[in-house]
Design a binder for this molecule. Structure first.
Ligand code: MN
Ligand code: MN
Length: 462
């Protein structure tokens, strides 16, 4: 039978290889990848000659904010930004700073968040639940959340909503028993708080001291603690935003011993380094108040090595749409009071392609694995992440010949800055399809609010 849509003559890239091929699509799904597909009278054809045909990017780490009366468009607008960047599915956390309703119960949190984001996204999306000290019955509620299609959870070891050790143990056991996955923000709370106290006592309050308060050993110690707890619980564990060699070494050691440990890093650790803190005024330094902080060039190189050799599984953004003029405004407060985070949702593919593929650090196949195939598989988006028959037709047409400069002015996210301002980027996203429908066409948003579907997930690899 003739396909409804054919993407013709592009270079189709999967994690396993690349070849010139036609992609046939019907009912929002890929039905064939190959040559000479059947063309019917009503078949639409997209000419992709000279373009890379990539699976849509799956960003598993965002703090996208839900709509409020004052900012009714902020969830939608960041989903549009995602689309512009080539991201066709994103996962959001429901931590307090996102405006998500905090109900004290995981199943009710899911219902509340789904209501708050209903009919609001331009691309497909899903939820990862943030576990908090106010959740009292994790042993019973984690399996209920998993049944409701939310099998991934995040526990913070720091901040005022850090999960106490006994609750962390319960969460690890419950995710182990019911095919979930716990994501951990690994930093050592005691070491961090001691560092902050020392710096403040010395009068070191400027944004740049944020980095001094969180040296690599603070991250490595938190990572080691969580690895030990996961091993004791017999649970798999996933580390968000790994930033340095010291934390990476802990992960490599655990894996070598046969433990099921997964880890991501983020574009800012791959493209920027700690010299930004010294080169910046206090106002500019606010942009880089992110946790963990930017690291040394040697750490950046170690992360690229790990992306190449499998020591890291994927890249995700840790997108926080803070605005310098509002959320991060410097009003005389010390570094420890400044909102943590930077936007990145729209620049994920651009950074990894430019800094990774263009500079010869990873192959384009490996990039597809890191940005699409592995995140989709690991996070239970079983219909997504690859250009192969049966998968959703979530596709990016990428022109590797074009060049652009990343500037806030040209971005669409809800933040008012990008940490990548002025960076030269290789390649541009020409068009993006979600389930076979154009969302970005020739560089313009043509999608619609509410087209994106909430994805109930199941971790098939467990
Ligand atoms: Mn975090
Ligand atoms: Mn985060």
């Amino acid at each position: 039978m003739a396909a409804e849509l054919i993407i013709r003559g592009g270079i189709v890239v999967t994690a396993a290889g690349r070849r010139t091929a036609d992609v046939s699509i019907s009912d929002g799904r890929i039905v064939a990848v190959g040559e000479s597909p059947a063309v019917g009278e009503s078949t639409r054809v997209i000419d992709a000659a000279g373009l890379l045909v990539l699976p849509g990017v799956v960003d598993v780490h965002t703090h996208t904010r839900v709509a409020t009366d004052a900012q009714p468009d902020r969830f939608f607008q960041d989903s549009v930004a995602a689309a512009y960047g080539g991201t066709t599915t994103f996962l959001a956390f429901n931590n307090p700073g996102t405006g998500s309703e905090q109900t004290g119960s995981l199943p009710t949190d899911i219902a509340a968040w789904r209501r708050q984001t209903d009919s609001d996204s331009a691309v497909d999306y899903a939820l990862s639940l943030v576990l908090q000290p106010t959740h009292h019955d994790l042993a019973h509620e984690i399996p209920k959340a998993i049944d409701a299609g939310v099998p991934t959870f995040k526990a913070f070891m720091v901040y005022d909503f850090a999960l106490p050790t006994p609750a962390l143990e319960v969460a690890l056991r419950a995710t182990a028993d019911f095919d979930g996955l716990l994501e951990v923000h690994g930093e050592d709370k005691a070491a961090l708080e001691a560092n902050i106290a020392t710096l403040l006592a010395e009068g070191k309050t400027a944004p740049r001291y944020h980095a001094d308060s969180r040296p690599p050993h603070v991250e490595a110690a938190g990572t080691r603690t969580a690895i030990d707890m996961a091993r004791a619980a017999g649970a798999p564990v996933y580390f968000v935003h790994v930033s340095c060699r010291a934390a990476l070494d802990e992960i490599r050691r655990a894996r070598a011993a046969g433990q099921q440990v997964f880890a991501e890093t983020c574009p800012h650790f791959l493209a920027l380094d700690e010299s930004r803190y010294d080169a910046s005024s206090d106002e500019e330094g606010l942009q880089y108040v992110i946790s963990p902080p930017l690291r040394a060039p040697a750490d950046r190189d170690a992360l690229w090595d790990a992306l190449r050799d499998g020591g890291l599984d994927l890249v995700a953004t840790d997108h926080v749409p803070d605005r310098l003029a509002v959320d991060k405004r410097l009003i005389g407060q010390s570094f420890d009071q400044i909102s943590n985070g930077a936007p990145g949702m729209e620049t994920l593919l651009a950074i990894v392609y430019s800094e990774g593929v263009q500079r010869g650090r990873v192959t384009v196949e490996r990039m597809v694995d890191l940005l699409s195939t592995t995140p989709a598989r690991l996070f239970g988006l079983n219909n997504k992440g690859s250009i192969e028959p049966g998968k959703n037709a979530d596709i990016v047409l990428f022109d590797p010949q074009e060049r652009r400069t990343i500037t806030q002015q040209e971005l669409h996210h809800t933040s008012d800055f990008t940490p990548f301002e002025g960076m030269a980027a290789a390649g541009i996203v020409r068009s993006v399809l979600v389930r076979g429908e154009y969302v970005i066409r020739d560089g313009r948003f043509v999608g619609r609010r509410g087209f994106g579907r909430f994805q109930e997930r199941r971790l098939a690899w467990r």
